[in-house]
Design a protein around this ligand. Structure first.
Ligand code: NPW
Ligand code: ADP
Ligand code: K
Length: 507
């Protein structure tokens, strides 16, 4: 890849790159390259292709269909038995796709309209190629494509999607239109550049393993990207090996503020997480009935929240905070402090009800990270969780601008956004994290990294990446995805962070 390998491009950006590149190339070149790259990948996915493996190729009415025709010719030439399901008028295909169709027609490839589907479904296929719709998808997929996709999603053989699983919005990761449907692929080969919708919302479930092929387009045609896949190269420059000549004061204080009656555990989880991610000292301030100490983690200093002076600590406010008047008082005190700040859970719910505090927050100095899940984000933006999920990137960016803070919009494909529009999508993590308390652990991790002098953007990127990888490691070890308890993430996250730092070249 000539372009930055973790860059993500909107459909509009891909169209600009495509148009600029097409103007400098013989017609049809990009489609030929796309079809060839996809065919090579498909052949590699089927070890038995030389002995007459069977491919079912779905071709749509646009250029995504064109890619499919090119691929079908290559698969045929490599000895595969190829059937193309195509149910549009060839003469209405765009020019390049029409050329690719004519090329495929010259081979002994079987073409079938959708009426042939029942017989086709009875056969065993080694691979299905989805070339129905790519970035030209303009509305919800309806009959007859809907029934075709529904049938393919029930098949057991692997599906390779060309560019984007048909029906998936490449910008947002949503299924296009009301009552739409989308292909569930095991693999996606995406062209020119990677796309955000493949990695967030429904994207991770529908795209499978994503391969990117830049179609050999010259680097000068690529815009400077604004959206990135979260990877250590975005944050590792702020991680430091510990010098011998250091002490606990070198690694900062974290003050967790939360733990209302019945919700002490949330604050404790955040505190333990901050401790194990390297904070020098961790205080846990409880709104009500502070315990004398945490018997499983006596290193935590438990206090009444009202007695804490947050000015010399990084503050994590929200885990188990509740929405009482005392909670609001703590929130107001925190918003007007200049300490590095992480705001989570009920702190965000309270913030949503108070425009005066929102204003103070947006004006405050220091580093601020807000970690809403979609419902908390919806309250902050006066919309619904579904409204947030309809465009997670846009919601993250809007929150970042409005609150002048780094936003961690949680969920599958967590979106990390900052006020200048730079945005990242996280691809570590898995549904093992869908359990109570994992957000508290993440907030504590953000706090620990801020306390160790990471700027807010890098602290958020690192915390989200490490948190997700800890969940992935637990799954690899057979401890999940079912039944992971949030606290189990903490020692594994510590291992991931130490692994990153120990793997860094000596400065
Ligand atoms: N241009 C190039 O050089 C390159 C392009 N490349 C490839 O082309 C893809 C983009 O091609 P594209 O722009 O033709 O759009 P595509 O995704 O095929 O769909 C458009 C067609 O579908 C139709 N349609 C849409 N939604 C529908 C629905 N819900 N239900 C039913 N119909 C629907 C739509 O109809 P319309 O909306 O116009 O009525 C139109 O006929 C891109 O993803 C990549 O794979 C690569 O080869 C690289 C070089
Ligand atoms: N299916 C999933 N895939 C990846 N990450 C997930 C998934 N479900 C939840 N998470 C992550 O788990 C955490 C849950 O946070 P949150 O909803 O605040 O939980 P809690 O308030 O119980 O601590 C977030 O970091 C979120 O991104
Ligand atoms: K497709």
């Amino acid at each position: 890849m000539k372009n930055s390998s973790n860059a993500l491009y909107s459909v509009a950006a891909i169209r600009r790159i495509e148009q600029a590149a097409i103007a400098s190339l013989p017609s049809g070149s990009l489609m030929q390259r796309a079809g060839l790259a996809a065919a090579k990948l498909a052949l590699g996915l089927i070890p038995s292709h030389s002995s007459g493996a069977k491919a079912l190729v779905l071709a749509g009415p646009g250029n995504n269909g064109g890619d499919a025709f090119v691929l079908a010719s290559h698969l045929f030439q490599n000895g595969m038995a190829v059937t193309v399901l195509f149910d549009a008028y060839p003469e209405k295909l765009p020019a390049d796709a029409r050329g690719a169709y004519a090329q495929a027609r010259q081979h002994a490839i079987q073409f079938s309209p959708f009426s042939g589907l029942p017989g086709i479904l009875e056969k065993q296929w080694d691979i299905v190629i989805d070339g129905l719709f790519g970035i030209g998808l303009s509305k919800a997929i309806a009959t007859p494509y809907r029934e075709l996709i529904d049938a393919v999603n029930r098949m057991s053989c692997p599906v390779l999607a060309l560019d984007v699983p048909s029906g998936l919005d490449a910008d947002t990761g949503t299924i296009a239109g009301k009552d739409g449907i989308a292909i569930r692929a095991a693999y996606t080969i995406t062209f020119i550049g990677d796309k955000p919708g493949l990695h967030t919302a429904h994207g991770r479930d529908l795209a499978g393993t994503v391969h990117v092929d830049d179609l050999d387009i010259d680097a000068r045609f690529f815009d400077a990207p604004e959206i990135f896949k979260n990877e250590p190269k975005l944050f590792s420059h702020v991680l430091r090996r510990r010098p011998h000549n250091s002490h606990k004061g070198s690694y900062g204080n974290v003050a967790i503020i939360g733990g209302a009656q019945g919700m002490h555990g949330a604050a404790i989880l955040s505190g333990r997480s901050a401790l194990h991610l390297g904070a020098g000292r961790v205080f846990v301030g409880f709104l009500e009935q502070a315990p004398a100490y945490d018997s499983m983690q006596p290193e935590l200093m438990c206090r009444a929240a009202a007695s804490m002076e947050p000015d010399d600590a990084t503050i994590v406010i929200g885990p188990g905070l509740g929405t009482s008047p005392q909670a609001l008082e703590q929130l107001a005190k925190t918003c007007s402090s200049s300490s590095p700040l992480v705001m989570d859970a009920d702190a965000l719910n309270l913030l949503a009800t108070r425009s005066d505090l929102q204003h103070v927050l947006a004006q405050r100095g220091g580093h601020t990270i807000l970690t809403p899940h979609p419902l908390e984000a919806a309250r902050l933006l006066s919309t619904t969780a579904a409204g947030i999920q309809a465009d997670r990137l846009q919601a993250g960016r809007e929150l970042a601008r409005r609150f002048n803070a780094v936003i961690v919009l949680k969920g599958s494909g967590t979106v990390i956004a900052r006020p200048d529009g730079k945005t990242a999508i996280n691809v570590t993590g898995n549904p093992a994290l869908a359990t109570a308390g994992t957000g508290d652990v993440l907030a504590g991790m953000c706090g620990a990294l801020l306390a160790q002098s990471c700027p807010a953007w890098e602290a958020a990127l690192a915390a989200v990446w490490i948190h997700g990888l800890a969940a992935d490691r637990l799954v690899e070890r057979g401890c999940g995805p079912i039944g992971v308890a949030a606290g189990e993430l903490i020692p594994v996250a510590r291992e991931v962070l130490n692994g990153l730092i120990n793997g860094m070249p000596n400065a």
